[in-house]
Design a protein around this ligand. Structure first.
Ligand code: SF4
Length: 250
């Protein structure tokens, strides 16, 4: 029986690995699925992927764990530029994914995890990072057969998982400015994440602005559900920045 941890670098899945380490639980492999924006650009925020590759993985390896980074065949841009072949919008590019029904998770994150697990020739148990105070998610894994939550086993809430990561200096820098991680182009991103992206990663921000200028997209705005464009955010954040400068000046 193999024991495999699914790891995103977030506090819950990281705390699961720390608990396995602390309690000498069997753990053969840690898998991390990296969504890519394009062939060369990670879909993870630069500081998060740096944390994953240059801080967390070396620590896990020093604890004796093997870590594998998985990549899908498809990138965000492959999905964005995909041409619809049926329906009313045939011949048009898919454009921005819809929040709530994100194709990026389906096409760029999960396939390689499924493929990897399908190719394992022996029985395995998966460690999933779900805390005891997430009853809905917990219920979902209860009937899944081979999934175990280390956080449940050791009675860890989300806050306790956060504190444990902090204690081991294994908290991703994303928690300095946002309560959640995710792709930097995520349509579910909130004010703090968007502001962080625009302030600290203008090159990535500009890529989104540029994509939104493309004509005839099916998903023609960054967030279709809320009818919000990245240009709307650009305007808001631009003026906020100007206001701060005027107040600083006064
Ligand atoms: S973080 Fe957002 S964009 Fe990335 S897979 Fe999840 S829902 Fe989709």
């Amino acid at each position: 029986m193999q024991h495999i941890a699914s790891w995103s670098g977030g506090k819950d899945s990281t705390a699961s690995i720390i608990l396995a380490h602390e309690h000498n639980e069997p753990l053969d492999l840690i898998i991390f699925s990296e969504v890519m924006f394009d062939e060369n650009t990670s879909g993870e925020l630069p500081e998060h992927i740096d944390f994953i590759k240059n801080k967390a993985i070396p620590i896990f390896e020093s604890w004796g764990y093997e870590v594998k980074i998985l990549h899908s065949q498809k990138t965000y841009l492959d999905c964005f530029h995909h041409i619809a072949t049926k329906g009313k919008r045939i011949g048009r590019k898919l454009g921005f994914p819809m929040s709530g029904r994100c194709l990026i998770n389906r096409d760029c994150k999960m396939p390689q995890i499924r493929k990897f697990l399908n190719e394992i020739n022996e029985e395995f148990t998966q460690y999933i990072g779900i805390a005891v105070d997430e009853p809905v998610r917990m219920e979902r894994i209860a009937n899944s057969g081979n999934k175990i939550s280390m956080l449940e086993k050791y009675g860890y809430t989300e806050q306790m998982a956060f504190d444990l990561c902090k204690k081991y200096d294994l908290l991703s820098p994303i928690y300095d400015f946002a309560p959640r991680g995710g792709c930097w182009f995520c349509p579910n991103a909130k004010y703090a994440e968007l502001k962080h992206l625009r302030t600290n990663h203008k090159d990535l921000w500009d890529k989104l602005l540029k994509l939104e200028n493309e004509p005839e997209l099916i998903g023609h705005k960054w967030n279709i559900l809320t009818n919000t464009s990245i240009h709307d955010w650009e305007e808001r954040l631009y003026w906020e920045e100007r206001q701060i400068s005027i107040f600083d000046f006064i």
